[in-house]
Each structure stands twice: as C-alpha cells, then as structure tokens.
Design a protein around this ligand. Structure first.
Ligand SMILES: C[S@@+](CC[C@H](N)C(=O)[O-])C[C@H]1O[C@@H](n2cnc3c(N)ncnc32)[C@H](O)[C@@H]1O
Length: 243
C-alpha cells in the first residue's frame, strides 16, 4: 500500500468520468432535500465540493453555497456548469484550509472523511469544520459503516454494477492495523478497461463521534440514509449530524 497522501489524487484521476459514474448512484435529490432542511436558510460550506453534484442544486434553492476542493480538474467541471462559474471555491485540503466566513451547515458527503489518510487528519478535519460553523451551525457527513468480514480470507472482489455497456468490479485489500481499505474499481467496457483507485481510512461511527467531541461538537442526529431512515444494527451507511 502506498503511504504518500496526495489530496488531489482522487479527484484528478476520476474527474472526467465522475458525473457519468455517480450522477444516478447517490440519490442526489434526497440528499439535497435533507441538506436544504439542515441549512435552514443559512450559508453552506461543502468540503470536497467536486463537480457540484450537491452544491449546484443547493444553490438553486436560494442558499449561499461555498466550497473547498483539492482537485483543480473537479473545480473546472463545476465552473463549466450553470451556476458554477461564480460559486466561491477555495482550492486546498479540507482538513487544513480556512474559508472566509462562518456557515449554518458544513457538508462532507460521499464517504469523503475516509479520503483523509489517518486519524490525525480526520481529527483536524472535524476541527476545521467546527471552526467554520456559525452559532447553532451543523456539520453533516455521510459514510459507510465498516464491514471487514469480506476480508476474512484476504483481498476481496465484488461486482459493483453490471450493464450491457459496462461492468464495474471492486477489488479491495484491507489493512486492519491502519484501518485502511485500498480499492481499485475496474470498469470494463467494449472500448477498453479503466482503473480507478479509491483509498479509504475508515472509522466506526463511535470513533467519528469522538473526533466530533474533540472539536467541541456533539452528535445531534444519525440516520441510515439521507431520507432519515432510522440508523439500526443492519445499516450499512450513516448520515451523521453534529452541532
Ligand atoms: C466522492 S467525491 C464527492 C464530490 C461531491 N461532494 C459529491 O457529492 O458529488 C470527493 C471529492 O472530495 C475531493 N477531496 C478528496 N480529498 C480532499 C481533501 N483532502 N481536500 C479537499 N478535497 C478533497 C475530491 O477531489 C472529490 O472532488
């Protein structure tokens, strides 16, 4: 497993295919409805704003939306979309950079807390998010719940999606000491093969809650998904709201 952490790597590598791969996968409308309610009319900061999948529809509801993004390639795609040209975006690492102003809602979506390479960086990210909250503001993230049973016999291979145009497989190896799962998504098409590396340092919800406490935040709500499905023993995702 490669130790060097480059916050631009994921976005830069996947930018040209991101919207095609993920537009339909994440129930964007459901997330936007929940986020709009959480913002309660106040300004929003999205960490890892990407191509604006959430930020642009949030801005269309009338909210003021700002972003942080490491990858210039992702920002370029956001800029090219209607409403994206003028959206304030700071290019940098969301565990470290400061953005002018304070916000009613800070968002970190699509498991992206796990993109940070270790516990220290994730703790810094919580502190950075907390430092950008206006009084009464909230920090919301969504992430998968770790399930390492699939690695009992070593690296795992799983089909992710199958269609007549593309088959996507996920190959992953697990380092339980560092709580890291290094993944390569393999996309097979008639036109060729494309590999997308996605490396995660995972944490159980309880560890994230402690990171929040270190940042002076407390868990306010935890759902199983953006539709506010209750979080239960079988939930494989969580949406966690800290304030
Ligand atoms: C899975 S994408 C999510 C994009 C967008 N939030 C969405 O919901 O579609 C994660 C984004 O976070 C960015 N990113 C990852 N690590 C980062 C870091 N340390 N600092 C800033 N941006 C980062 C990536 O470049 C990518 O655009």
């Amino acid at each position: 497993m490669d130790d060097a952490y480059d916050p631009t790597a994921y976005g830069t590598e996947i930018a040209d295919e991101y919207d095609e791969l993920y537009d339909d996968m994440f129930e964007t409308d459901t997330a936007v409805a929940c986020l709009t309610e959480l913002a309660a009319g106040g300004p929003v900061l999205e960490l890892g704003i990407g191509t604006g999948r959430l930020a642009l529809p949030l801005a269309r509801t009338g909210l003021e939306v700002h972003g942080v993004e490491a990858s210039e390639e992702m920002v370029a795609l956001l800029r090219a979309k209607p409403g994206g040209a003028d959206m304030p975006v700071v290019v940098g690492d969301f565990a470290e950079v400061s953005v002018p102003g304070t916000f009613s809602l800070v968002i970190l979506a699509v498991n992206t807390i796990y993109a940070l390479p270790d516990q220290d960086a994730q703790v810094r990210c919580f502190a950075n998010a907390a430092s950008h909250l206006a009084p009464g503001g909230r920090f919301v993230l969504d992430a998968w719940v770790p399930d390492v049973v699939q690695f009992r016999d070593g690296p795992s291979v799983r089909p992710r999606s199958i269609s007549d145009k593309r088959v996507a497989l996920v190959l992953a190896e697990h380092d339980p000491v560092r709580q890291r799962i290094n993944t390569t998504q393999v996309h097979l098409r008639n036109t060729g093969v494309r590999l997308h590396p996605v490396n995660h340092r995972y944490a159980w919800p309880s560890e994230l809650d402690l990171m929040a406490r270190l940042a002076g935040l407390r868990l306010q709500d935890r759902w199983g998904w953006w539709d506010k499905t209750p979080f239960v023993a079988t939930s494989n995702m969580h949406v966690s709201v800290y304030g």
